[in-house]
Design a protein around this ligand. Structure first.
Ligand code: ADP
Length: 420
């Protein structure tokens, strides 16, 4: 009389319900397979040919009634009992499930004492029935639901497709920009190497040491810029693929800001920018990847330098907040950032939308960039469980409202940062 040992497939997205049903049925000797959504369930059903299917109704992507209708259309599934198991007991939900092709209808939460016997009855051939009128009425409703759901899917696919096309075009623009960014230093390197060759040829090999030193400096600056571009691309790829590895250790922020000052000292002097560095010596050590934290701060300070006209001021200060985190603040007296752009500037390639900022003669100080700097800074800060954000009133290249960036880092990546 018993079908013990029967193979049952349970399609259910809720972990707790899955565990309970699986445990109850397995303890009675049934073999239980589980799937968390429709397509996985259909594939499993095709492969494993269960003798009964328990079907949750409210599932993501494809609901239980849609899955049932699809299963009924497959060879070998016209007679397999499919029992709806749902928390939805609103009027008509039973009839709708049966009209869609379910054999029976049971409600959640299950009664552990009676559930196995109820399942067994469906295995033995029990079938819940609808009257002809009920069936017609609910079949029509089910057909309407199917069409609506299809319409929704088409809309979703269209939106995703549009986004993919946008990304694809951003990537093409990005390739153009990268080529351009690499070509500039490459031209420099090529120019200096020709110069060297010419000098050697003209002077029978007797080139002045001073002249060689100048050429070497030019070559080095071209190569360094190419290295920067390549490193930025590698960092952003690591961040997007979640493979940015941190080598953690104690980080002294005085050292970090000292190195940042070294990087930008010369350019600030040349452009008459004041680089004002606060006192970081009293701040506690933090646990983190010093090299990467430096790179994040460098990207933010680099932007402050880039978007502040000659003669402006950039200040860098650190504050210990609520005994939990360090807030590194980078403030500039530059062109500012429009409110509506403030969230987007941390996205990859964002600069492409504002490509005109790269080359207008009025704003030559703004320099170029790949639009990756802030995305990299954000990736690094978030890998440390920190937060980065900007405050600025508006963009105004004449009035220069300035921008203030915050990099909030917890004392250790395992700590939470406080809400500021
Ligand atoms: P980019 O390579 O273009 O500098 P980033 O990711 O570093 O790329 O910055 C994205 C955009 O954010 C910049 O193109 C610029 O429009 C804006 N931005 C970043 N920092 C500042 C700043 N300090 N002042 C004004 N605008 C800024």
């Amino acid at each position: 009389m018993t079908e013990k040992g029967a193979r049952i497939l349970y399609i259910e997205d809720d972990h707790a319900s899955r565990r309970l049903v699986e445990r109850v049925l397995t303890s009675r000797g049934y073999e239980v397979l589980v799937a968390t959504e429709g397509l996985e369930g259909i594939n499993l059903a095709r492969e494993q040919k269960p003798q009964l299917i328990l079907m949750d109704i409210n599932l993501p992507n494809m609901d239980g009634r849609e899955i049932t209708t699809r299963l009924r259309s497959l060879p070998n599934f016209s007679n397999v009992p499919i029992v709806a198991l749902t928390a939805n007991i609103s009027a008509g939900s039973r009839e709708l499930a049966l009209a869609a092709g379910c054999t029976g209808f049971m409600t959640k939460p299950i009664d552990v004492a009676t559930f196995p016997a109820d399942v067994e009855r469906f295995l033995q051939g029990k079938q819940d029935k609808l009257t002809a009128d009920e069936r017609n009425e609910h079949l029509e409703k089910h057909a309407q639901n199917l069409v609506e759901s299809l319409e929704k899917k088409v809309r979703e696919l269209r939106a995703v497709n549009k986004r993919l096309l946008e990304l694809d075009s951003l990537k093409s623009d990005f390739i153009v920009l990268v080529s351009h960014e690499l070509r500039t230093p490459l031209t420099l390197v090529s120019g200096y190497s020709h110069l060297l060759a010419e000098q050697v040829a003209n002077k029978n090999g007797l080139v002045q040491a001073q002249s060689i030193a100048g050429i070497a400096e030019g070559l080095q600056s071209g190569v360094a810029r190419m290295q920067d571009v390549i490193n930025e691309i590698i960092s952003v790829v690591r961040i997007s693929s979640g493979t940015l590895d941190l080598s953690l250790g104690p980080v002294r922020l005085t050292k970090v800001v000292h190195d940042v000052q070294k990087t930008y000292g010369d350019i600030c002097r040349k452009r008459n920018l004041t680089l004002d560095i606060g006192d970081f010596s009293e701040l506690p050590l933090i646990q983190g990847d010093g090299r990467r934290i430096q790179s994040a701060v460098e990207h933010v300070v680099g932007n402050a330098v880039k978007y502040t006209p000659d003669g402006g001021r950039i200040s860098l200060s650190g504050h210990y907040v609520l005994d939990k985190a360090i807030d590194i603040i980078v403030q500039d007296t530059g062109i500012g950032i429009p409110l509506e752009e403030q969230r987007h500037i941390f996205e990859q390639f964002y600069t492409l939308g504002a490509i005109q900022h790269h080359s207008t003669s009025k704003s030559a100080f703004q320099g170029g960039g790949l639009g990756l700097g802030l995305a990299i800074a954000k990736g690094i800060v978030e890998a440390h469980n920190g937060r980065i954000w900007v405050e600025s009133e508006r963009r105004d290249p004449q009035a220069l409202p300035g921008s203030t960036f915050h990099i909030l880092l917890p004392l250790s990546p395992s700590d939470e940062v406080p809400d500021l």
